[in-house]
Design a binder for this molecule. Structure first.
Ligand SMILES: Nc1ncnc2c1ncn2[C@@H]1O[C@H](COP(=O)(O)OP(=O)(O)OP(=O)(O)O)[C@@H](O)[C@H]1O
Ligand SMILES: [Mg+2]
Length: 431
């Protein structure tokens, strides 16, 4: 007699991850605050349970119809009085041995709150996992929000500020701009050309377009700003994910939520997924955090590998501490673009963007006076100067005019004099 092949069993942890990942993306699209099912492994039994959104004949009917499409033979174990149970049969219907170890679906219709429980001794098969996911989805018919709403709920921001900023806003950095044009903008604007080449060269088609780029550089050198400019130029949304702050907000759900962010970004069709402060993934090493970090990292590695090659989406990771990143993570990025601190001339050019009324010679002096400063510090100095100047005008009841070069020089000296420590920063910001 021909032996029937037993379907493969999915280890409990993988089953849980699969169910949670799938349903996190699903419920992220609901405007209601839904909870994931409780998934446990106790005394050798895997159980997935969740409260029912409603309980009436429709509930039973829905569950029975899903059972019918996934499971060959079931036996009604109990039917009525608020307790319904369905027991999966053995392949050979005449074998009753170990019957109770098979998958079981129970429905508890209690006045205190009804729920359903899907349980089985040992591990589930893939079909049984799919079945479990489908029951939840069928019962909680989530009205599918658009992916943007889902992304916002997950803690990401979605920007569409096309044309708000352009390349002229960033002074200097010609080398960085060139690299970005070549490795990000051109592929995003001409995906067909890249794909046609890959069709001609690859034995089996795979994309040659970069899917992930790392921006590395000290704070305030324009990494985030440039990501917004790129999205504006290509006219696609920018999904901004502040990794550190959302990780603490998500608690235990971080890895599933990160996965849901990738899913929802792909639903947008074409987008830039900007993972800011990606180094916070490699940060704290206390034991609790470590497990969570490890899980997030593994999701990230998998998602960076598996970005849908058809989708025109690129992930940009930004970090101040590339050296702290896990080597496996670094290797997933197609390229690192380094943002150095600006040189003398670039600093003068940055000053000119925030103090356009100042003459060339003064600007060059400002550039020379500010070694080591970032674009952000320069912008801060200019803002500080303008605020001081405004106070002066108000006190003197003078007509508005732009600050004099001396005012800038004074601000620069006080910033540099204190070696731009935190105290200067605070003093300047609070003045
Ligand atoms: N080259 C530049 N020209 C003009 N403005 C600049 C330049 N570099 C930085 N800035 C300004 O400094 C501010 C901070 O830049 P941004 O937030 O993009 O830096 P970042 O590299 O992302 O910093 P962080 O690592 O702290 O996130 C922005 O307002 C930006 O416009
Ligand atoms: Mg930034």
């Amino acid at each position: 007699m021909k032996e029937t092949v037993q379907p493969e069993l999915i280890p409990f942890d993988r089953m849980r991850e699969q169910v949670e990942k799938n349903l996190t993306t699903y419920i992220s699209q609901s405007s209601e605050c839904l909870e994931l099912p409780k998934i446990t492994y106790e005394k050798g039994v895997s159980t997935v349970s969740f409260p029912l959104p409603y309980f009436n004949e429709m509930t039973i009917f829905t569950i029975i119809s899903i059972i019918k499409t996934h499971i060959e033979n079931v036996r009604i174990h109990s039917f009525g009085d608020g307790y319904y149970a369905f027991q999966m049969m053995n392949r050979n219907l005449f074998h009753t041995e170990g019957l109770l170890d098979n998958l079981k679906v129970e429905i508890f219709g209690l006045s205190s709150g009804s729920r359903t429980e899907i349980s089985k001794k040992g591990n589930l098969t893939q079909e049984e996992v799919n079945f479990t996911i489908e029951i939840f989805k069928e019962l909680y018919e989530v009205e599918q929000d658009n992916p943007e709403t889902a992304l916002r709920r997950l803690g990401a921001s979605v920007y569409h500020d096309h044309g708000a900023l352009d390349w002229n806003y960033i002074a200097g950095y010609e080398d960085v701009k060139r690299k970005i044009r070549e490795s990000i903008i051109m592929p995003l604007q001409n995906p067909d050309i890249y794909d046609s080449i890959a069709q001609l060269t690859r034995r089996s088609f795979e994309t040659n377009r970069p899917s992930a780029i790392l921006f590395d550089g000290p704070p305030g050198v324009g990494k985030t700003t440039i990501a917004r400019i790129i999205a504006g130029e290509v006219k696609i949304p920018l999904v901004y994910v502040p990794v550190e702050s959302i990780m603490s907000k998500w608690y235990g759900q971080s890895s599933q939520n990160l996965s849901a962010i990738f899913d929802n970004t792909e639903f947008l069709g074409s987008a830039i997924l900007f993972l800011d402060e990606i180094d916070s993934l490699a940060g704290s090493r206390n034991s609790n955090m470590f497990e969570a970090t490890r899980r997030i990292l593994s999701v990230l590695l998998r998602r960076l590998d598996g970005i849908d090659s058809i989708s025109n989406t690129i992930t940009i990771g930004a970090t101040n501490r590339r050296g702290d990143l896990d080597p496996a993570l670094i290797s997933r990025f197609d390229q690192t673009i380094s943002f150095p601190l600006p040189n003398d001339k670039e600093r003068a050019a940055i000053f000119s963007g925030y103090a356009r009324h100042i003459g060339e010679e003064d600007l060059l002096t400002f550039g020379e006076l500010t070694p080591g400063l970032s674009g952000r510090s320069i912008k801060d100095i200019c803002e500080y100067t303008e605020r001081r100047w405004a106070r002066k005008l108000i006190i003197k009841k003078a007509d508005p005019c732009a600050p004099s070069p001396d005012y800038y020089r004074y601000s620069i000296n006080s910033w540099m004099g204190d070696n731009f420590s935190d105290t200067t920063d605070k003093a300047m910001n609070s003045e």
